[in-house]
Design a protein. Structure first.
Length: 137
């Protein structure tokens, strides 16, 4: 079944990139302070750079997350990204990425996940034209 006949939801989202030390417990602390404040992490990825690292997160309540990060003196930046929910079926990501490519939209960063047996996969994309990408289904 072509993906167009399946439900694909894409929307603009904020990604928070938290700069932190690359050492044991860093992710635990970040996830705990957000969780204690009832902020749900929707998607995340981590990347070390020497003794520093970056944790990129998309959350359900960005305003609350900002307050928590500020309170905890955790430095962060914000980026606009595309949050896409795709059917968790073979070929759906390729089909959606192909639609972006046909519109001349470049994907510069991508991460996502879906648990086996789940009907949906969540993918976060940093793209060259967010407004145009958010209209693609």
């Amino acid at each position: 079944m072509p993906m167009a006949k399946r439900l694909t939801v894409s929307r603009k989202a904020k990604q928070l990139s938290v700069t932190c030390e690359d050492r044991p417990g860093t992710l635990a602390r970040l996830a705990t302070v957000l969780g204690d404040s009832k902020v749900d992490i929707v998607a995340m990825t981590c990347a070390p750079f020497g003794v520093q690292g970056t944790v990129r997160i998309v959350v359900d309540d960005v305003n609350r997350a900002r307050k928590v990060l500020d309170r905890e003196h955790l430095p962060y930046t914000e980026q606009d990204v595309l949050q896409v929910e795709l059917p968790n079926l073979p070929g759906c990501l390729g089909e959606f990425a192909g639609k972006l490519a046909k519109q001349g939209i470049n994907i510069t960063t991508a991460y996502g996940t879906a648990a086996k047996g789940c009907k949906k996969a969540t993918v976060i994309l940093k793209v060259s034209d967010l407004d145009k990408a958010a209209r693609i289904r």
